[in-house]
Ligand binder design. Structure first.
Ligand SMILES: Nc1ncnc2c1ncn2[C@@H]1O[C@H](COP(=O)(O)OP(=O)(O)OP(=O)(O)O)[C@@H](O)[C@H]1O
Ligand SMILES: [Mg+2]
Length: 155
């Protein structure tokens, strides 16, 4: 029989990342120094919400997410690597490199995570037509001209 008990995973986060993760605001951003755990926090944030999803009739907690970067290159070189370092294929299922999608199966969680780049305008319209539980954009913002606020934005 399918279980409806939540799958509990504990992850210890630095204070700012922890504050970001405790918020349930529909739109959130995180900035901080290089290597301060921003990307890691965002990865776990997807999983946290996947665990909180109401189970379907078969007991599975299904959700669909998009992780977005400006270019395919950045997605493949950094974002997917960070994701797979926390959710390795050997534990949660194979990452489909052809369509850049990872179906994560862990206990009663079944989360589909779509990694998408915004290289081309048609990619943006495709993204808008997806039925998503949530989406996150990763990547550095470059400040061109004007005053540099002195922050290292989310990477
Ligand atoms: N909560 C955590 N527990 C253990 N290790 C962590 C944690 N958060 C981050 N790390 C490790 O610290 C390193 C940097 O983390 P991460 O890539 O998430 O930082 P970042 O702020 O996104 O970095 P960048 O500014 O380069 O994008 C990685 O090696 C990651 O595995
Ligand atoms: Mg990062």
């Amino acid at each position: 029989m399918a279980t409806t008990k939540p799958t509990l995973v504990r992850a210890v986060m630095p204070p700012t990342v922890s504050r970001f993760m405790r918020s349930n605001a529909p739109v959130r951003g995180i900035i901080g120094p290089v290597g301060s755990g921003k990307s890691t926090g965002c990865c776990w944030e997807v999983f946290r919400h996947a665990q909180e999803q109401t189970p379907g009739p078969d007991g599975k907690r299904r959700s669909r997410w998009a992780v977005i970067r400006n270019t395919y290159r950045e997605l493949a070189d950094t974002t997917v690597k960070t994701w797979l370092s926390w959710f390795p294929e050997s534990l949660v299922g194979q990452f489909n490199r052809a369509d850049m999608t990872h179906v994560v199966r862990a206990g009663d969680v079944e989360a589909e995570v779509l990694f998408r780049a915004l290289d081309r305008p048609q990619d943006i319209s495709k993204l808008l037509s997806l039925e998503l539980t949530g989406a996150g954009q990763a990547g550095r913002r470059r400040y061109v001209g004007g005053h540099h606020p002195g922050h290292q934005p989310a990477g």
